[in-house]
Design a protein. Structure first.
Length: 711
C-alpha cells in the first residue's frame, strides 16, 4: 500500500495529494455523522407539492429501477457473432459449378455437331439449357441474375479464357470472404468485389458484366449472430447489473415538485412518509467538518516532517478516525435498547494512543479532539439537541490522559499500564458526572457506569496493541514499540549474532551507541539507528572466522587466500545479511541498513593487495554492490561502522587522533559520493562529527591497542 501511495504522491504532487486527503477525511467524517444529525421522516401527501427538498435517509434498493437498468443493459448489449470459415470454399465451389455448367453445355453442343448455318439456333438452345441449369442459383438467397447476353458471352468464351475468368472470380470472392463479413456489410463487400473484378485485366471486357454479377453473387455474410451465446450474454448482462439503490443523501423530491406516484414510491421505499425535518443540522455539520479539516490543514502545514511523512500521517489519521467512527456507529445502533448509557464503553484513548505511538503528540491531540466532538454528535440521546457534552468531555479527558502519559517508545506492558491510568481517569470523570447529574441512580446503575469506565480504559490499550501491527503493515510504519521488541537480546537473530560472532556483536553495540547519539543530535531516528546497528552485520554469521573481530586465538584465514577470494567473502556479508533478515520477515528499514551500511565503498586493503599483481585492476571490482545510503540514519550508520572499527584499532587513541580520524573517514565517504543519495546536510555532518568524537572519547580513552582490521 505504501508503494501505491508514493506512486500517486509523485504523480500528482504533495499539495494536491494532501488537500485531497484532507477532503477525503472530511467526507468520511461527514458521512458518518450525517445520518445522526438529519431528520428521519416527512409528512407528505400524494399529488401535493413538496414544501422542501427531501433526501433519502438511508441506502435501499429500488427494485423497479433495477429492472429498468437490467432491461437497458440487455438492450445495449451487442450480439455475439460466429465466423463461418467454410463459406469462402462453399461459394468458390458454387462459382466453379456455374462455370462447370457452362462448360458442360458447350461440350454437349459440340458433341451434337451442329451445322454452321444453325449457329444462332444452337446458341439460343445453349442459352436456354444454361438458363434452366442455373435456375436454382437464381432462386437462391443471394439471387444470381444473369441475362441471356451474359450467358451468351460466357458460352462464346474460349475454354482457356473461361478457366481464367473462373479462377479470378473465385480468388476475388475468397479474398473478401477470408475476413468477417456481417449482413450489414454485404452490400459494401459486393461493391468491393465488383471494383476488383472491373479492374482485373485478366477478365475480358466481353464477359465483364457476367463476371461482376457472378462475383457479387458469391459474396454473402460469413459472420452471423450466435443465438445461444447472445442469449447467455444477455442473461449475464442482466445478472451483472448492480441493484439500483436510493443512496443515503440522494435527493428524492425537490422543493415545489409534485409528489407523483414514482416519487411517493421512492419515499415509501426509503421509509420517509410520516414526519418532517429540515437541512439545518446537515448544514451545521458541514460547518463542523469544515472547522475540523481547517485545523487538520494547519497541523499538516506546520509540521516539520518530510512531505512523504506528512502523507503517511494523513493516512493514519484517516484510518484512526474511521475506526473510531465505526465503533461509535455500532454503539449508537444499539444505544436505544438499554436503559443505561452504553456510550461510556467507548475506548476513549484508542485513536489518540495509536496516533501517538505511530506519529507524534500534536497529531494525537488533534485526533482526540475530533473523536470527542464526533462522539458527542453520534452518541447523543434524543433529548440532546446538539451535543452529548458528557460524552465529549469523557472521551476528551480520557484520550488526553492516554496521549500525555504514553511515550512513543513504550513497550506493550507499559502501554497496558497507561491504559489502566486511562481507566482511572475515566472512573474519576464518571464520579464527576454522577455527582453533578440531576438524575437519581441506583447502585446497579452506578456499578455499571464505573465498570464501563474501567472497560473503556483497558479496551483502549488492548485495541491499540491489537491494531498497531495492522497500521504498521498497511502504512509501512515501524513503531518504536516494534523497534524495542527487536532490540531484545533474546531475539533469535540477536542470540545468533551473540553466540556465533561475539566480536561482531560487541562491534555492533559500539556502532549502535555512536549512531544513536549522532541521530538524536540531528533529529533523526536514533532508536531505528540503534536497532539497525544490532542487525547490520548479521551476514557475518555465515563465515564468522573471516572477520577479524571474531578471530580469537586463530590465524587470519585471509593470509592464505587470494585477494579476490577474500573480497568475495567480505563483500557478500551485506547481501547475505539482508537475505537472512528477509527470511525472518524483518522490517524493511532494518533490511535496508544491512544492505546499505557499506554503500558502494571500496574494499581498499584487498584492492591494493591485488593491484600489486594486476596494475590494470578496476576499482569497481572491489566495491560493495550497494545501494548507497538512502536515509540519514543509514548514512550515519555507515560512518559509525567505519569509524568504530578504525578507532578500535588505533594505538594510544587520544582526542586529537580520534578527531582527525573521524574527520578523515567522513570526508572520505563524502568525497567518494556515499552520501549523495540521502538528505544529510553539511551542517548535520558537522554535528555528527562532533557527537562521534565526544562519544568515542568517552569509550576509548583507556583502550588498549588492537590489531589492524583487514576487512
Amino acid at each position: 500500500m505504501v508503494s501505491k501511495i508514493r506512486a500517486i504522491y509523485k504523480k500528482i504532487g504533495f499539495r494536491f495529494f494532501s488537500w485531497t486527503m484532507i477532503f477525503l477525511i472530511g467526507i468520511i467524517l461527514y458521512s458518518f455523522l450525517y445520518s445522526t444529525v438529519k431528520g428521519d421522516t416527512y409528512n407528505v401527501e400524494l399529488f401535493q407539492l413538496s414544501d422542501e427538498t427531501i433526501r433519502s435517509s438511508k441506502t435501499v434498493e429500488d427494485p423497479v429501477k433495477t429492472e429498468l437498468e437490467r432491461q437497458r443493459a440487455a438492450a445495449e448489449l451487442m450480439p455475439s457473432y460466429k465466423f463461418n470459415d467454410e463459406l469462402a470454399d462453399n461459394q468458390s465451389a458454387v462459382i466453379a459449378s456455374l462455370f462447370g455448367y457452362v462448360q458442360d453445355v458447350k461440350n454437349a453442343e459440340q458433341a451434337e455437331g451442329a451445322e454452321e448455318l444453325d449457329q444462332a439456333e444452337a446458341m439460343q438452345k445453349m442459352v436456354a439449357e444454361l438458363r434452366e441449369t442455373t435456375r436454382l442459383m437464381e432462386t437462391s438467397e443471394n439471387g444470381l441474375r444473369l441475362t441471356d447476353d451474359m450467358l451468351r458471352t460466357l458460352l462464346t468464351l474460349p475454354d482457356e479464357r473461361l478457366v481464367t475468368v473462373q479462377k479470378e472470380i473465385e480468388d476475388t470472392v475468397e479474398s473478401i470472404l477470408a475476413s468477417p463479413v456481417r449482413e450489414e456489410d454485404v452490400a459494401g463487400k459486393r461493391n468491393e468485389a465488383e471494383q476488383l473484378i472491373r479492374t482485373n485485366s485478366d477478365i475480358p471486357a466481353s464477359v465483364l458484366q457476367a463476371a461482376v454479377s457472378i462475383g457479387r453473387f458469391g459474396i454473402s455474410a460469413n459472420e452471423t449472430v450466435d443465438e445461444s451465446l447472445t442469449e447467455a450474454q444477455l442473461k449475464q448482462a442482466r445478472d451483472s447489473v448492480e441493484p439500483t439503490k436510493i443512496l443515503q443523501g440522494q435527493v428524492l423530491v425537490q422543493e415545489g415538485q409534485v409528489i407523483d406516484r414514482e416519487v411517493y414510491r421512492q419515499l415509501e421505499l426509503a421509509g420517509m412518509t410520516e414526519n418532517q425535518t429540515d437541512l439545518k443540522p446537515a448544514l451545521g455539520l458541514l460547518l463542523f467538518v469544515g472547522i475540523a479539516m481547517g485545523l487538520l490543514l494547519i497541523v499538516t502545514q506546520r509540521s516539520t516532517d518530510a512531505e512523504q511523512r506528512k502523507i503517511i500521517t494523513l493516512w493514519v489519521l484517516a484510518a484512526a478516525i474511521t475506526i473510531s467512527l465505526t465503533l461509535m456507529k455500532l454503539l449508537s445502533a444499539v444505544n436505544g435498547n438499554f436503559d443505561v448509557e452504553i456510550s461510556f464503553l467507548f475506548p476513549t484513548a484508542l485513536s489518540g494512543m495509536i496516533v501517538r505511538m505511530l506519529i507524534n503528540e500534536r497529531a494525537a491531540i488533534f485526533v482526540t479532539f475530533i473523536t470527542a466532538a464526533s462522539a458527542g454528535i453520534m452518541l447523543h440521546n434524543a433529548f440532546s439537541p446538539i451535543l452529548q457534552m458528557e460524552i465529549v468531555l469523557y472521551i476528551l479527558f480520557g484520550g488526553l490522559v492516554g496521549v500525555y502519559l504514553i511515550e512513543s517508545d513504550d513497550r506493550r506492558a507499559r502501554l497496558l499500564q497507561t491504559s489502566l491510568l486511562v481507566a482511572i481517569a475515566n472512573a474519576l470523570f464518571i464520579g464527576f458526572y454522577l455527582l453533578l447529574s440531576q438524575s437519581q441512580y441506583d447502585m446497579a446503575e452506578i456499578g455499571y457506569y464505573f465498570t464501563a469506565s474501567i472497560i473503556s480504559g483497558l479496551l483502549s490499550g488492548a485495541l491499540t496493541i491489537g491494531l498497531l501491527p495492522f497500521f504498521e503493515w498497511a502504512f509501512g510504519l515501524l513503531s518504536p514499540m516494534r523497534l524495542i521488541e527487536l532490540s531484545n537480546p533474546n531475539h533469535p537473530l540477536l542470540k545468533k549474532i551473540l553466540t556465533e560472532t561475539p566480536g561482531t556483536y560487541h562491534h555492533s553495540v559500539m556502532v549502535a551507541n555512536l549512531a544513536d547519539a549522532s541521530c538524536e543530535a540531528i533529529g533523526a531516528n536514533g532508536l531505528l539507528a540503534r536497532v539497525g546497528c544490532y542487525y547490520h552485520d548479521i551476514g557475518k554469521t555465515k563465515r564468522p572466522q573471516y572477520f577479524i573481530e571474531n578471530q580469537v586465538n586463530i590465524a587470519n584465514p585471509h593470509d592464505s587466500l587470494p585477494p579476490k577470494t577474500s573480497r568475495d567473502i567480505i563483500l557478500a556479508h551485506g547481501s547475505q545479511g539482508a537475505e537472512l533478515l528477509r527470511k525472518h520477515k524483518m522490517p524493511k528499514e532494518i533490511i535496508d541498513i544491512a544492505e546499505q551500511h557499506h554503500g558502494t565503498s571500496l574494499l581498499k586493503y584487498f584492492y591494493y593487495k591485488e593491484k600489486e599483481k594486476n596494475p590494470e585492476l578496476a576499482e569497481k571490482d572491489f566495491r560493495y554492490t550497494g545501494p548507497k545510503p538512502q536515509t540519514k540514519e543509514n548514512a550515519i550508520i555507515m560512518a559509525a561502522d567505519s569509524i568504530e572499527a578504525a578507532v578500535r584499532s588505533m594505538k594510544d587513541p587520544t582526542s586529537e587522533k580520534i578527531k582527525k580520524l573521524v574527520d578523515a573517514i567522513i570526508d572520505d565517504k563524502l568525497k567518494d559520493g556515499q552520501f549523495d543519495e540521502c538528505d544529510l546536510t553539511m551542517k548535520e555532518l558537522k554535528t555528527v562529527k562532533n557527537v562521534m568524537c565526544e562519544t568515542l572519547n568517552g569509550i576509548f580513552h583507556t583502550r588498549i591497542e588492537y590489531p589492524t582490521e583487514k576487512e
